[in-house]
Design a protein around this ligand. Sequence first.
Ligand code: BES
Ligand code: ZN
Ligand code: ZN
Length: 490
Amino acid sequence: MKITVQQKNTGEVKTQAIVIGHWQDVKNEDVERLDKQLNNTIQQAIKNKEFTGEAFQTKTISTLGRFPFDNLIIVGLGKQKEFDTEKLRRATATAILSAKNMRFTNCATNLHTINYHATTEEKTTAVVEASILSAYHFSEYKTVDKEKITTIESLTLVEQKNPTLVEKTAITAKIITEATCLVRDLVNQPASHITPTTLAQAAQKLPKPIKITTYDKKALQKINMNAILAVNKGSSLEPRLIILEYKGSNDKSIALVGKGVTFDSGGLNIKTETGMETMKMDMAGAAAVIGTFKAAAELRLPVNLIGVLPCTENMINGEAYKPGDIIHTYSGKTIEVANTDAEGRVILADALAYAEEFKPKAIIDLATLTGACVVALGPTYAGIMGTDDKLITSLITAGKQTGEKIWQLPLTEEFKEAVKSDIADVRNLSTWGRDAGAITGAAFLNNFIKNTPWAHIDIAGTAWAKEDQHYLKKGATGYGVRLLIRFLQE
Ligand code: BES
Ligand code: ZN
Ligand code: ZN
């Protein structure tokens, strides 16, 4: 999406549609001024209770040549006291979607200037993010009625006071949001297209300052990454371990680890029909790390980042790993495989131990790790657990700012006890079965962290949307990029 800033009055912009906000409970001077020239159409609509200004209501009015813009889209903002930045994102999304439904390809807005308790940067970022995310569509494989698919290609931000600041902020927000869309594309692609090898190829396309190293199967065998290799045994596709390095500063690094299971059939503990249907998304953690590196490099963030992405399918053939198997992991610790569907934690065991060798100041992993996390928190909150409350709090705070909500679950002794094995060091399925499954997953991972501050974010619920909702489209959400960039910016 092309984004420009114009220093004009809202009434002066030439575009197919201008989007303007309308409060439910305070005077809307901007709208009233325009309405006068539109024969008080809006006032009439309010009188008829057709439009009340309730949050996310929209009304489109054709200007019949009375303005340089063809249509006015007013979007309800609700009550001013109840307004916040997430509501701004959703209001923007609603307006962009109605413009898109009318097959407009360009529009303008001053939504970033509405008056509530937030900075210009925060408001501009929200409007740009929500616009690009709502205009997103994944239609590569559509062959019928392709011409019916249109989207908003350009957006003008109408700004009187501070066009320089708004433009600078919009450029940053666009970089971060486009990286989020890259993540959506990677996750939405079928598993036959995004394999460990092609995911590594996608990483190779990251901007220049990022250094990329990939380990193929032979290289993984050489260094005893036996946990990744065990999960890979049932697949006819080679695994890859992708290492990303971005050095924007001389500080100690932050390691970002992402689960990259390009398809999770469950292995011999095979998934059900509905459980398996969306399992091309099981590499959303790895994709989020790739997106974060892209944005960090394009923004030249002054941070030092290491990315560690263990990538494999979890499939079944005569060689597939089995319940009862014991794996000698890269760290030296042994895993008893109790359930082949708990494969994410197995590959992360090797990846986390490897990440710690870089001596980072913190390790953050993102993983679509457990269905139990979805049961506990649903589709809007990711779960977070770890060893460092300061790190966890910073991530939760960043998430509050970007609208990527996170909730901390306890990671105390009893959970660590539950993943101890009789015959190996740890079991990949807790002795409690699926009870507290999100936490016992984290407790398992904890065994592969020595003493680096570590946070694990379970994105099983948030990485994928079952329905269209505001700025999320059914399918991949791109969860994590905006969150991690905000965290790194702080
Ligand atoms: N990839 C799944 C988790 C998942 C479930 C992600 C739903 C997204 C949506 C993971 O590998 C898995 O299958 N976990 C098992 C663990 C269990 C066997 C301990 C689960 O959640 O059932
Ligand atoms: Zn699984
Ligand atoms: Zn999985």
